[in-house]
Design a protein around this ligand. Structure first.
Ligand code: P1T
Length: 381
Protein backbone atom coordinates (compact mmCIF):
# COMPACT_ATOMS: atom_id res chain seq x y z
CA UNK A 1 0.00 0.00 0.00
CA UNK A 2 1.08 3.57 -0.69
CA UNK A 3 1.94 6.16 1.97
CA UNK A 4 -1.41 8.00 1.99
CA UNK A 5 -3.31 4.73 2.45
CA UNK A 6 -1.00 3.45 5.18
CA UNK A 7 -1.25 6.77 7.02
CA UNK A 8 -5.01 6.30 7.30
CA UNK A 9 -5.24 2.53 7.78
CA UNK A 10 -2.00 0.94 9.06
CA UNK A 11 -2.44 -0.49 12.55
CA UNK A 12 -6.05 0.70 12.58
CA UNK A 13 -8.35 -2.22 11.89
CA UNK A 14 -11.93 -1.85 13.14
CA UNK A 15 -11.91 -2.08 16.94
CA UNK A 16 -12.11 -5.79 17.86
CA UNK A 17 -14.35 -5.12 20.89
CA UNK A 18 -16.97 -2.83 19.32
CA UNK A 19 -16.31 -2.49 15.59
CA UNK A 20 -15.49 1.21 16.02
CA UNK A 21 -14.02 2.32 12.70
CA UNK A 22 -11.73 4.85 14.31
CA UNK A 23 -9.30 3.52 16.92
CA UNK A 24 -10.85 4.44 20.29
CA UNK A 25 -9.01 6.38 22.98
CA UNK A 26 -8.49 3.55 25.48
CA UNK A 27 -8.39 5.88 28.46
CA UNK A 28 -7.62 3.20 30.99
CA UNK A 29 -4.60 2.44 33.13
CA UNK A 30 -5.38 -1.23 33.52
CA UNK A 31 -7.14 -4.18 31.86
CA UNK A 32 -9.27 -6.76 33.64
CA UNK A 33 -7.83 -10.22 33.13
CA UNK A 34 -9.72 -13.49 32.96
CA UNK A 35 -7.33 -15.49 35.09
CA UNK A 36 -3.65 -15.93 35.79
CA UNK A 37 -1.81 -15.27 32.55
CA UNK A 38 -5.12 -15.00 30.64
CA UNK A 39 -5.75 -11.61 29.04
CA UNK A 40 -6.41 -10.00 25.68
CA UNK A 41 -2.84 -8.81 25.08
CA UNK A 42 -2.95 -5.83 27.43
CA UNK A 43 -2.32 -5.75 31.18
CA UNK A 44 -1.27 -2.27 32.23
CA UNK A 45 -1.02 0.90 30.12
CA UNK A 46 2.64 1.68 30.82
CA UNK A 47 3.47 -1.71 29.30
CA UNK A 48 0.95 -1.51 26.46
CA UNK A 49 -2.23 0.29 25.45
CA UNK A 50 -4.29 -0.37 22.29
CA UNK A 51 -4.39 3.30 21.20
CA UNK A 52 -0.63 3.58 21.59
CA UNK A 53 -0.12 0.24 19.84
CA UNK A 54 -2.07 1.52 16.82
CA UNK A 55 0.14 4.63 16.67
CA UNK A 56 3.28 2.51 16.95
CA UNK A 57 2.17 0.23 14.12
CA UNK A 58 1.13 3.11 11.88
CA UNK A 59 4.37 5.06 12.38
CA UNK A 60 6.45 1.93 11.80
CA UNK A 61 4.57 1.27 8.54
CA UNK A 62 5.14 4.85 7.34
CA UNK A 63 8.87 4.65 8.06
CA UNK A 64 9.18 1.23 6.42
CA UNK A 65 10.16 -0.21 9.81
CA UNK A 66 9.01 -3.44 11.43
CA UNK A 67 8.72 -2.11 14.98
CA UNK A 68 7.80 1.08 16.78
CA UNK A 69 7.80 2.45 20.32
CA UNK A 70 5.92 5.64 21.16
CA UNK A 71 7.13 7.94 23.91
CA UNK A 72 5.82 10.88 25.92
CA UNK A 73 8.12 13.32 24.07
CA UNK A 74 10.82 13.42 21.43
CA UNK A 75 13.40 13.69 24.20
CA UNK A 76 12.02 10.57 25.90
CA UNK A 77 12.37 8.77 22.55
CA UNK A 78 15.98 9.96 22.25
CA UNK A 79 16.65 8.78 25.80
CA UNK A 80 15.15 5.44 24.78
CA UNK A 81 17.72 5.02 22.01
CA UNK A 82 20.59 6.16 24.24
CA UNK A 83 19.51 3.62 26.88
CA UNK A 84 21.11 0.92 24.70
CA UNK A 85 24.55 2.33 25.50
CA UNK A 86 26.76 1.50 28.47
CA UNK A 87 29.58 3.40 30.19
CA UNK A 88 32.64 3.40 27.95
CA UNK A 89 30.57 3.41 24.75
CA UNK A 90 31.06 6.21 22.23
CA UNK A 91 28.63 8.16 20.04
CA UNK A 92 29.53 10.08 16.90
CA UNK A 93 27.00 12.86 16.41
CA UNK A 94 26.50 15.37 13.65
CA UNK A 95 27.33 18.79 15.14
CA UNK A 96 24.25 20.74 14.08
CA UNK A 97 21.32 19.35 16.03
CA UNK A 98 18.42 20.31 18.28
CA UNK A 99 19.65 22.06 21.45
CA UNK A 100 17.78 19.60 23.68
CA UNK A 101 19.53 16.64 22.06
CA UNK A 102 22.89 18.34 22.54
CA UNK A 103 21.96 19.02 26.18
CA UNK A 104 21.02 15.35 26.67
CA UNK A 105 24.34 14.21 25.22
CA UNK A 106 26.34 16.71 27.28
CA UNK A 107 24.49 16.70 30.60
CA UNK A 108 22.99 13.22 30.81
CA UNK A 109 24.90 10.82 28.55
CA UNK A 110 28.41 12.13 29.24
CA UNK A 111 28.11 12.14 33.08
CA UNK A 112 26.91 8.53 32.73
CA UNK A 113 30.18 7.58 31.07
CA UNK A 114 29.18 7.74 27.41
CA UNK A 115 31.61 9.67 25.20
CA UNK A 116 30.21 11.87 22.41
CA UNK A 117 32.18 13.38 19.50
CA UNK A 118 30.62 16.02 17.26
CA UNK A 119 31.58 16.14 13.61
CA UNK A 120 30.64 18.09 10.54
CA UNK A 121 28.69 15.25 9.00
CA UNK A 122 28.02 17.09 5.75
CA UNK A 123 31.21 15.33 4.72
CA UNK A 124 30.67 11.65 5.61
CA UNK A 125 34.46 11.18 5.67
CA UNK A 126 34.44 13.12 8.95
CA UNK A 127 32.20 10.38 10.36
CA UNK A 128 34.71 7.74 9.30
CA UNK A 129 37.56 9.63 10.94
CA UNK A 130 35.66 9.99 14.25
CA UNK A 131 34.78 6.29 14.62
CA UNK A 132 36.58 4.47 17.44
CA UNK A 133 36.71 0.85 18.51
CA UNK A 134 34.12 1.65 21.18
CA UNK A 135 31.74 3.61 18.90
CA UNK A 136 28.25 2.12 19.08
CA UNK A 137 26.00 4.80 17.59
CA UNK A 138 26.04 7.40 14.83
CA UNK A 139 23.51 10.18 15.46
CA UNK A 140 22.22 12.29 12.59
CA UNK A 141 19.60 14.95 12.13
CA UNK A 142 18.76 15.80 8.54
CA UNK A 143 17.72 18.44 7.70
CA UNK A 144 19.22 19.88 10.87
CA UNK A 145 17.62 22.16 13.41
CA UNK A 146 17.89 25.12 12.84
CA UNK A 147 20.36 25.52 9.93
CA UNK A 148 18.75 22.99 7.57
CA UNK A 149 22.03 21.26 6.75
CA UNK A 150 21.77 17.81 5.20
CA UNK A 151 23.62 14.61 5.88
CA UNK A 152 23.91 11.96 3.19
CA UNK A 153 22.21 9.18 5.15
CA UNK A 154 23.15 6.38 2.75
CA UNK A 155 26.84 7.35 2.71
CA UNK A 156 27.08 7.90 6.48
CA UNK A 157 25.17 4.72 7.34
CA UNK A 158 27.37 2.69 4.99
CA UNK A 159 30.49 3.92 6.78
CA UNK A 160 28.96 3.13 10.18
CA UNK A 161 27.69 -0.31 9.18
CA UNK A 162 31.11 -1.56 8.09
CA UNK A 163 32.29 -0.90 11.65
CA UNK A 164 29.24 -2.45 13.30
CA UNK A 165 27.91 0.95 14.38
CA UNK A 166 24.13 1.59 14.37
CA UNK A 167 22.90 4.73 12.61
CA UNK A 168 20.03 6.71 14.15
CA UNK A 169 18.34 9.50 12.20
CA UNK A 170 16.14 12.13 13.81
CA UNK A 171 13.60 12.51 11.02
CA UNK A 172 11.48 15.16 12.73
CA UNK A 173 12.08 17.98 10.22
CA UNK A 174 11.41 15.99 7.04
CA UNK A 175 8.64 13.73 8.42
CA UNK A 176 8.25 10.24 6.95
CA UNK A 177 6.34 11.76 4.05
CA UNK A 178 9.43 13.44 2.62
CA UNK A 179 12.20 11.13 3.87
CA UNK A 180 12.47 7.49 4.95
CA UNK A 181 15.92 6.90 6.46
CA UNK A 182 15.55 3.13 6.94
CA UNK A 183 15.22 2.74 3.17
CA UNK A 184 18.47 4.71 2.89
CA UNK A 185 20.31 2.32 5.21
CA UNK A 186 19.73 3.78 8.69
CA UNK A 187 18.95 1.37 11.54
CA UNK A 188 16.85 3.62 13.76
CA UNK A 189 14.50 6.54 13.14
CA UNK A 190 13.48 8.96 15.86
CA UNK A 191 10.65 11.48 15.81
CA UNK A 192 9.40 14.26 17.94
CA UNK A 193 5.76 13.50 17.07
CA UNK A 194 4.99 16.87 18.66
CA UNK A 195 5.84 18.36 15.25
CA UNK A 196 4.65 17.30 11.77
CA UNK A 197 3.28 13.92 12.87
CA UNK A 198 0.84 15.46 15.36
CA UNK A 199 0.63 18.48 13.10
CA UNK A 200 -1.63 20.71 15.19
CA UNK A 201 0.58 21.88 18.10
CA UNK A 202 -1.76 20.25 20.60
CA UNK A 203 0.30 17.37 21.98
CA UNK A 204 3.85 16.37 22.91
CA UNK A 205 5.22 12.97 21.92
CA UNK A 206 8.02 10.96 20.40
CA UNK A 207 8.73 7.66 18.69
CA UNK A 208 11.52 5.21 17.83
CA UNK A 209 11.12 3.08 14.70
CA UNK A 210 13.42 0.26 13.65
CA UNK A 211 13.57 -3.06 11.83
CA UNK A 212 16.43 -4.23 14.06
CA UNK A 213 14.87 -6.67 16.51
CA UNK A 214 17.60 -6.32 19.15
CA UNK A 215 17.34 -2.52 19.04
CA UNK A 216 13.57 -2.70 19.30
CA UNK A 217 13.70 -5.06 22.26
CA UNK A 218 16.15 -2.79 24.09
CA UNK A 219 14.04 0.31 23.41
CA UNK A 220 10.81 -1.51 24.33
CA UNK A 221 12.42 -2.65 27.58
CA UNK A 222 13.43 0.93 28.39
CA UNK A 223 9.96 2.23 27.46
CA UNK A 224 8.36 -0.04 30.05
CA UNK A 225 11.15 0.14 32.63
CA UNK A 226 11.57 3.93 32.60
CA UNK A 227 7.92 4.57 31.74
CA UNK A 228 8.09 7.66 29.49
CA UNK A 229 4.96 6.65 27.58
CA UNK A 230 2.33 8.88 25.95
CA UNK A 231 -1.15 8.88 27.43
CA UNK A 232 -3.91 7.38 25.27
CA UNK A 233 -5.31 10.77 24.25
CA UNK A 234 -1.93 12.09 23.07
CA UNK A 235 -1.32 8.83 21.21
CA UNK A 236 -4.71 9.25 19.55
CA UNK A 237 -3.97 12.87 18.56
CA UNK A 238 -0.73 11.74 16.91
CA UNK A 239 -2.60 8.94 15.15
CA UNK A 240 -5.20 11.38 13.86
CA UNK A 241 -2.48 13.80 12.79
CA UNK A 242 -0.89 11.08 10.65
CA UNK A 243 -4.05 10.71 8.57
CA UNK A 244 -3.51 14.14 6.99
CA UNK A 245 0.30 14.18 7.04
CA UNK A 246 0.65 13.79 3.27
CA UNK A 247 -1.68 16.64 2.32
CA UNK A 248 -0.30 18.90 5.04
CA UNK A 249 3.32 18.29 4.01
CA UNK A 250 2.61 19.14 0.39
CA UNK A 251 1.03 22.42 1.43
CA UNK A 252 3.79 23.20 3.98
CA UNK A 253 6.30 22.79 1.18
CA UNK A 254 4.36 24.90 -1.30
CA UNK A 255 4.12 27.74 1.22
CA UNK A 256 7.75 27.36 2.34
CA UNK A 257 8.93 27.66 -1.27
CA UNK A 258 6.90 30.86 -1.65
CA UNK A 259 8.27 32.27 1.64
CA UNK A 260 11.89 31.36 0.82
CA UNK A 261 11.54 32.90 -2.64
CA UNK A 262 10.15 36.15 -1.21
CA UNK A 263 12.72 36.43 1.62
CA UNK A 264 15.75 35.96 -0.63
CA UNK A 265 14.76 39.02 -2.64
CA UNK A 266 14.27 41.19 0.45
CA UNK A 267 16.99 43.79 1.12
CA UNK A 268 16.73 43.32 4.93
CA UNK A 269 17.52 39.63 4.63
CA UNK A 270 21.18 38.65 4.59
CA UNK A 271 20.71 35.00 3.60
CA UNK A 272 17.97 32.40 3.29
CA UNK A 273 18.44 28.70 4.00
CA UNK A 274 15.94 26.31 2.43
CA UNK A 275 16.90 22.96 0.89
CA UNK A 276 14.46 23.61 -1.97
CA UNK A 277 16.40 26.66 -3.19
CA UNK A 278 18.81 25.76 -6.00
CA UNK A 279 21.56 27.73 -4.22
CA UNK A 280 21.29 25.64 -1.03
CA UNK A 281 24.74 23.99 -0.91
CA UNK A 282 23.15 20.54 -0.65
CA UNK A 283 20.20 21.05 -2.97
CA UNK A 284 21.25 18.06 -5.12
CA UNK A 285 21.43 15.79 -2.08
CA UNK A 286 18.00 17.03 -0.99
CA UNK A 287 16.61 16.10 -4.40
CA UNK A 288 18.21 12.67 -4.19
CA UNK A 289 17.46 11.75 -0.60
CA UNK A 290 14.14 13.46 0.06
CA UNK A 291 10.93 13.47 -1.93
CA UNK A 292 10.25 17.08 -0.92
CA UNK A 293 11.99 19.93 0.86
CA UNK A 294 9.75 20.43 3.89
CA UNK A 295 8.21 23.42 5.57
CA UNK A 296 11.10 24.92 7.53
CA UNK A 297 12.86 28.08 6.36
CA UNK A 298 15.74 29.73 8.22
CA UNK A 299 17.07 33.20 7.41
CA UNK A 300 19.48 35.79 8.77
CA UNK A 301 18.09 39.22 9.30
CA UNK A 302 20.31 42.29 9.02
CA UNK A 303 20.63 44.19 12.30
CA UNK A 304 21.15 41.34 14.79
CA UNK A 305 19.15 40.85 17.96
CA UNK A 306 17.35 44.21 18.09
CA UNK A 307 16.09 43.83 14.53
CA UNK A 308 15.04 40.25 15.23
CA UNK A 309 13.14 41.32 18.35
CA UNK A 310 11.30 44.06 16.44
CA UNK A 311 10.53 41.60 13.64
CA UNK A 312 9.04 39.04 16.04
CA UNK A 313 6.93 41.69 17.79
CA UNK A 314 5.51 42.97 14.49
CA UNK A 315 4.30 39.57 13.22
CA UNK A 316 0.53 39.11 13.20
CA UNK A 317 -0.13 35.80 11.47
CA UNK A 318 3.08 33.99 12.47
CA UNK A 319 3.22 33.30 16.23
CA UNK A 320 6.51 33.97 17.96
CA UNK A 321 6.91 30.56 19.58
CA UNK A 322 9.09 27.49 19.95
CA UNK A 323 8.23 24.24 18.18
CA UNK A 324 7.33 23.56 14.57
CA UNK A 325 5.31 21.39 12.27
CA UNK A 326 1.82 22.59 13.16
CA UNK A 327 -0.74 23.86 10.66
CA UNK A 328 -0.16 27.39 11.99
CA UNK A 329 2.96 29.36 11.10
CA UNK A 330 5.54 29.92 13.84
CA UNK A 331 8.64 32.09 14.04
CA UNK A 332 11.41 31.36 16.52
CA UNK A 333 14.73 32.83 17.63
CA UNK A 334 17.01 29.79 17.93
CA UNK A 335 19.77 31.66 19.83
CA UNK A 336 17.49 32.34 22.80
CA UNK A 337 14.87 29.61 22.39
CA UNK A 338 15.52 26.16 20.90
CA UNK A 339 19.30 26.46 21.07
CA UNK A 340 19.69 28.45 24.29
CA UNK A 341 21.13 25.31 25.91
CA UNK A 342 24.22 25.60 23.68
CA UNK A 343 27.08 27.72 25.04
CA UNK A 344 27.23 31.10 23.23
CA UNK A 345 30.58 30.37 21.58
CA UNK A 346 29.27 27.01 20.34
CA UNK A 347 26.25 28.76 18.80
CA UNK A 348 28.45 31.34 17.10
CA UNK A 349 30.77 28.63 15.81
CA UNK A 350 27.81 26.88 14.23
CA UNK A 351 26.41 30.07 12.73
CA UNK A 352 23.32 30.41 14.94
CA UNK A 353 23.65 34.18 15.14
CA UNK A 354 21.47 36.71 16.99
CA UNK A 355 19.90 37.63 13.65
CA UNK A 356 19.00 34.03 12.79
CA UNK A 357 15.24 33.48 12.46
CA UNK A 358 13.63 30.07 12.01
CA UNK A 359 10.20 29.84 10.41
CA UNK A 360 7.87 26.88 10.57
CA UNK A 361 5.73 27.75 7.58
CA UNK A 362 2.16 26.64 8.16
CA UNK A 363 -0.64 25.82 5.77
CA UNK A 364 -2.47 29.15 5.85
CA UNK A 365 -3.02 31.15 2.65
CA UNK A 366 0.43 31.89 1.19
CA UNK A 367 -0.44 35.50 0.33
CA UNK A 368 -1.36 36.19 3.97
CA UNK A 369 1.95 34.73 5.12
CA UNK A 370 3.97 36.78 2.62
CA UNK A 371 2.11 39.95 3.58
CA UNK A 372 2.81 39.29 7.27
CA UNK A 373 6.54 38.81 6.64
CA UNK A 374 6.70 41.89 4.37
CA UNK A 375 5.02 43.96 7.06
CA UNK A 376 7.23 42.72 9.92
CA UNK A 377 10.41 43.24 7.85
CA UNK A 378 9.28 46.76 7.00
CA UNK A 379 8.38 47.96 10.49
CA UNK A 380 11.41 46.33 12.16
CA UNK A 381 13.89 48.18 9.92
O1 P1T B 1 10.08 18.57 22.25
P1 P1T B 1 10.16 17.07 22.11
O2 P1T B 1 8.91 16.44 21.62
O3 P1T B 1 10.70 16.42 23.34
O4 P1T B 1 11.19 16.78 20.92
C1 P1T B 1 12.55 17.10 21.00
C2 P1T B 1 13.11 17.31 19.63
C3 P1T B 1 13.83 16.28 19.02
N1 P1T B 1 14.34 16.40 17.79
C4 P1T B 1 14.18 17.53 17.06
C5 P1T B 1 14.77 17.64 15.71
C6 P1T B 1 13.45 18.60 17.61
O5 P1T B 1 13.29 19.71 16.87
C7 P1T B 1 12.91 18.49 18.93
C8 P1T B 1 12.15 19.59 19.56
N2 P1T B 1 12.32 20.83 18.94
C9 P1T B 1 11.70 21.99 19.33
C10 P1T B 1 10.89 22.10 20.39
C11 P1T B 1 11.99 23.15 18.47
O6 P1T B 1 11.30 24.18 18.54
O7 P1T B 1 12.94 23.03 17.68
Amino acid sequence: MKFETLAIHAGQEADPATGATITPIYQTSTFTQEGIGRHKGFEYSRTGNPTRAALERCLAALEGAEHGCAFSSGMAAIAGVLSMLRPGDHVVSAADLYGGTYRYFEKVAKPNGIAVSYVNARDPENVRRALRAETRLLWIETPTNPLLELVDVAAAARIAKVRGVKTAVDNTFASPYFQRPIGLGADIVVHSTTKYVGGHSDMVGGAVLTSDKAVHEAVRFHQNAAGGVPGPFDAWLALRGLKTLAVRMRRHEENALAVAGRLRKHPRVESVIYPGLPDHPQHDLARRQMSGFGGMVTFRLRGGRAAADAFFRALKVFSYAESLGGVESLACHPATMTHASLPAEERERRGITEGTVRLSVGIEDAEDLLADLDWALKVSA
